[in-house]
Write a new protein. Sequence first.
Length: 459
Amino acid sequence: MAEDADAFVFFGATGDLAAKQIFPALQILVANGELDVPVIGVADAPWSLEEFTAHARRAIEEHATLDEAAFATLSGLLRYVSGDYADTETFTTLRTELGAAERPVHYLAIPPSLFEVVASGLAASGCTDGARIVVEKPFGRDAGSAAELNALLHRYFSEDRIYRIDHYLGKDPVQNIIYTRFANPIFEPIWNRSYIRAIQITMAEEFGVEARGSFYDSVGTIRDVVQNHLLAVVANLCMEPPAGPDSDAIRDARAMLLKAVRPLTPADVVRGQYEGYRDTPGVAAGSTTETFAAIRLAIDTWRWSGVPIFIRSGKHLPETATEIMVQFHRPPADVFREIVPPTSSHLRIRVSPDISIGLGMRMKQPGDRMVGDEVELRLSEQPGSVLPPYARLLGDALRGATELFTREDLVDAQWRIIEPILGDVTPIYRYRPGSWGPDETIGMIGAFGPWNDPRTTAP
Ligand code: BG6
């Protein structure tokens, strides 16, 4: 078992990610008694510690809820190192701030183009000894660039000390997929091609790209959420039972599944772009970046052969919700001559904004006729996640728990699936903001349709 870290360092300490996610997460960790080591922010703003602390306070007030007592404790742990990442002096100062710390966690909340200079600066100043490194997505732009990034990090950190964040894995309901499947033996016998006809995963967002134009335009939906978040959901949903509870057993099961997913072809994808996207500041005039993608995946295993997995995600859709719909087969013979909707028999797992698991069935109406209604048995319902994903993941990184971080072979497997559809290998269709994307998606799902509309299942 890894030892607890004895310092937390984060680069990009004055940036957006720090303000929105890291400070609120640190406050929660302090409040939960999980963080009592020095917390050192590094950035180039020429601020004093007081200014940095005031910034942290404002960030929490703006993006979370300030907890005066926890913040007072957090302020006592905060340090600030101001300096250029290219200047060795910055890292010498950091080493001094680290004092006797022997097992720091370094979190790179900075663009990947800066990883090299920061990692080599850390190494040259003796800050990598005994250290762990946490890096943000996107991890590369394709298989080749991900391999280069891995090689770069491996120069300074062994694989077991590299923590690649995919915040979806830190979401409690995404963890709950594994728990529900493997804590309840009733699911295992039906969790295969004999009982499951198709699976749909919808990750819909009502908002657009807004202030993230230049980042988003270089990425697009497939790299932004499909390659990582949604393939992580597929892995949890479809993996074989892990050989045990240790973190590598679960990551091995995820990797085995992802390695069996067939690489996509252009025929498996419909890309869309919402009208007005090209007017967003930072977006190229004639951009062909997708803000919507619908994808059909196939898994070549005995368990899943012939079961299509449809994924649909995009910006400016009618609703913000993430939902999984596992559709069971219809009865093999039509005993009651009813017109039964294809979604009639299902397991619905809602991941956000609220969390629920529902089992869909048909129940006979009272009376002498053999006709039924759609009903759903709610197995579980919660208003939302108790622990925000970043608090969970940073706590895990501090404890040295690796299960929820993406291992190198998982990253490789994810890029292998996605790589053939990157770029302009498929047309880009326009769609109206507030619609469910281009009409071409209807033809894509065909007889397995209609697409699940998470609005119809909201509580
Ligand atoms: C991020 C993407 O990783 O995940 C965003 O870059 C997306 O585009 C976000 O909106 C969704 O995450 P969540 O937790 O808000 O559903």
